[in-house]
Design a protein around this ligand. Structure first.
Ligand SMILES: [Zn+2]
Length: 530
C-alpha cells in the first residue's frame, strides 16, 4: 500500500533523458515505485496530460531570514521550488553572530520585523531556529566568508594574520560540521573584497575536504576591481588549489566592454574542466540585476570603514566630487540612469519603482548626485539594467548552467511583501519554462528541468534529491508546461507565478490544485544524504 500514486503522467525525470509516460508512487517521504503500478494507495492523482518532475532546486538564494519571518514565504513554492540554498555571496548574515556582525542581520531584518531578536550565535543554533519556525519547502544553509571575516576581523581592510586565518577556517569547519551544506564568498563586497586569493583558498579547504560546494560571487562582473575575466580565473584557481567543486554564482557579463562576450566565460569554464577542475555556474534569466546602493554605485575605496565613514567622506566637497565622478561609470554600465531603479528605500517608499533619472529630475540635480543623496539617507536597493539578452542566451545554453534565482522566498502579504524587489523572487523558474522553453525554444523541457533539478543536486553533491527514481526523496511536481505563467514585473513584483498543479515536498503536499495548502512539510537539510 502506497501513500500516493500519480497516474498516467509524463515523467521528465530530471536527468535530461527523454520524457516517458508512467505512474509514480510515493511512500513516506520517498519515491517507492516508477512504472506501471497496479497496487493501491491512500490517495491517487490523475496526471493525464501533465508532466511529473522532481521539485526544483534553487542553488542561489538569499532567503536566510525569510522563513524566520514567515514560514509561508511562498514565492518559490508557487514556481515549483522545493529546495533553496541560502547564505550566498559571502553573506550568511544569520550565522555566525557576534558584536561585529549583528548590525548586518538587523539591516536585513528590520525592514520586515524590527523586533525580531535572534537567540543563537552559531550555525547549529541558526539551523535549529529554522527547524522551529518551519517552512513550506526544504532549506539548506551555506557559511559565508564575508560574515565569518567580519566576525573575526571586523571591517578592517587588511590581510589576516595566520592566527586569524586559523580562526576563520575553524568557523568554516565547525559550521560545515553543524550542517551547512556549502560555503560562499562575495569578493566584490566588503569585507570579502579585502581578501586575496590565498585567504579564500585557506577558508575553502574545509568545504573541499568535506565534499561540499564553494559558491563564488566573483571579485568583479565588469571592468572594475580585478576585472571580469581575472575574477573568473580566480574562482577557478581556488578549485585548482583546493579540489573543491566551484559554483560561479549568477554568471553574467556586465557593462559596455563585456556585453556580447558572455560566451567567453563558458569557454573559460570548459578549459578548466578539461584540466580536471570541477567548475560550473548558475544564472537567473533576466537582463536586470539587483543589489544594494553601496554595491551598485560606489568605487570600493569610497566604502572603506563602513557606511558612516562613507557618509563622512561625502561631507568633504572635493571627495564628494571624486565619488560622484565614479558614479557616472556605474550608471553607464546599467545602460543609463533610466536603467537604475530603486527597489527598496525604507525612508521614502514613494521612491521605490522609480529610476535615478526620474528622481534626479524631481530633485533638480544630476543622477550622480541623486545616487549620493539616496545613500546618505539609507543603504537601499536597486534593480539595474546591467546585462543584455545575447549574453543571457549564450550563458543559459551551456549544459552545466543551473537555473537559480539570486532571490528570496517572499510573500504577497505581510512583512515579506514590502518594497519593489526584483521579479526573479517570484518568477525565475516560471520565466524559464514559459519564455525560454515554450515561447523561444532555447532548450528543450528536458534540458530545462535538468538545469533546475539533477544538475543543481549534483553541484551540491546531494544523494537523494533532484531525480524521479526509486529511493529518491519525494519532492515532486505535477504541471502542464503550457500553463506555467509569470505575472509580475518591476512595478508589481509581489505576484505569484501560476501553473503548478501539485507540489509535493518530502512526500507531503505543499501546493494542491494550484494553491499552497497551508502545510509546512519543508525540512532543514543538515546532511548531503538528507
Ligand atoms: Zn551575488
Amino acid at each position: 500500500m502506497f501513500d500516493l500514486i500519480i497516474r498516467n503522467g509524463t515523467v521528465v525525470d530530471g536527468t535530461g533523458s527523454a520524457r516517458f509516460k508512467t505512474d509514480v508512487a510515493i511512500k513516506g517521504d520517498s519515491v517507492a515505485a516508477v512504472g506501471e503500478i497496479t497496487g493501491e494507495a491512500a490517495r491517487e492523482i490523475d496526471a493525464t496530460g501533465k508532466v511529473v518532475t522532481p521539485g526544483f532546486i534553487d542553488l542561489h538564494t538569499h532567503s536566510d531570514n525569510s522563513f524566520l519571518i514567515d514560514p509561508y514565504a511562498d514565492s518559490k513554492l508557487t514556481q515549483g521550488v522545493t529546495l533553496e540554498l541560502l547564505g550566498n555571496c559571502g553573506m550568511s548574515y544569520c550565522a555566525p553572530f557576534n558584536d561585529n556582525t549583528l548590525d548586518e542581520f538587523r539591516s536585513r531584518t528590520d525592514k520586515y520585523d524590527p523586533d525580531y531578536t535572534p537567540d543563537w550565535s552559531d550555525m547549529d543554533g541558526y539551523l535549529t531556529a529554522l527547524e522551529k519556525s518551519g517552512s513550506t519547502i526544504n532549506i539548506a544553509a551555506q557559511i559565508g566568508h564575508g560574515s565569518v571575516r567580519r566576525t573575526v576581523m571586523g571591517m578592517e581592510p587588511r590581510m589576516p594574520t595566520p592566527e586569524e586565518i586559523d580562526r576563520m577556517s575553524g568557523i568554516f569547519a565547525d559550521s560545515l560540521d553543524a550542517g551547512a551544506l556549502g560555503m560562499s564568498t562575495g569578493l566584490w563586497y566588503s569585507p570579502g573584497s579585502y581578501s586575496l586569493a590565498d585567504e579564500v583558498i585557506a577558508v575553502t579547504q574545509p568545504a573541499a575536504d568535506r565534499g561540499k560546494l564553494y559558491s563564488s560571487h566573483i571579485r568583479s562582473e565588469a571592468d572594475d576591481l580585478s576585472g571580469l575575466f581575472p575574477a573568473h580565473a580566480e574562482a577557478i584557481e581556488v578549485g585548482r588549489r583546493t579540489g573543491a567543486r566551484i559554483q560561479i554564482s549568477h554568471v553574467k557579463a556586465v557593462g559596455p566592454k563585456f556585453w556580447g562576450r558572455g560566451y567567453e566565460l563558458i569557454e573559460g569554464m570548459e578549459r578548466a574542466r578539461e584540466e580536471g577542475i570541477d567548475v560550473a555556474g548558475d544564472q537567473y534569466p533576466y537582463e536586470w540585476s539587483s543589489t544594494g546602493f553601496s554595491g551598485a554605485m560606489f568605487a570600493r575605496w569610497a566604502l572603506v570603514g563602513g557606511r558612516q565613514a562613507t557618509i563622512d567622506r561625502l561631507a568633504d566637497a572635493d571627495t564628494r566630487a571624486q565619488v560622484r565622478a565614479d558614479v557616472t561609470y556605474y550608471i553607464n554600465r546599467n545602460h543609463s540612469a533610466e536603467g537604475c531603479v530603486v527597489s527598496s528605500f525604507p525612508p521614502d517608499q514613494s521612491l521605490e519603482g522609480r529610476s535615478l533619472q526620474d528622481i534626479a529630475d524631481e530633485w533638480g540635480c544630476e543622477p550622480e548626485e541623486a545616487a549620493l543623496r539616496l545613500y546618505e539617507q539609507s543603504d537601499g536597493n536597486y534593480v539595474l539594467h546591467s546585462m543584455e539578452l545575447q549574453d543571457i542566451d549564450s550563458i543559459a545554453k551551456w549544459g552545466l548552467m543551473s537555473i537559480a534565482s539570486d532571490g528570496s522566498s517572499l510573500r504577497d502579504e505581510g512583512p515579506l511583501s514590502s518594497g519593489k524587489p526584483h521579479p526573479r523572487n517570484y518568477a525565475t523558474n516560471s520565466v524559464i519554462i514559459e519564455q525560454f522553453v515554450e515561447q523561444r525554444g532555447l532548450f528543450t523541457l528536458e534540458e530545462a528541468i535538468y538545469k533546475m533539478t539533477a544538475l543543481p543536486a549534483s553541484r551540491l553533491n546531494l544523494s537523494k534529491r533532484g531525480r524521479i527514481a526509486i529511493g529518491q526523496k519525494a519532492d515532486v511536481l505535477v504541471f502542464d508546461p503550457a500553463n506555467v505563467k509569470q505575472h509580475n514585473d518591476f512595478v508589481n513584483p509581489h505576484v505569484y507565478s501560476t501553473g503548478m498543479d501539485y507540489v509535493f515536498v518530502n512526500g507531503k503536499p505543499a501546493l494542491e490544485n494550484g494553491k499552497p495548502n497551508g502545510e509546512l512539510p519543508g525540512k532543514v537539510m543538515r546532511s548531503l544524504d538528507d
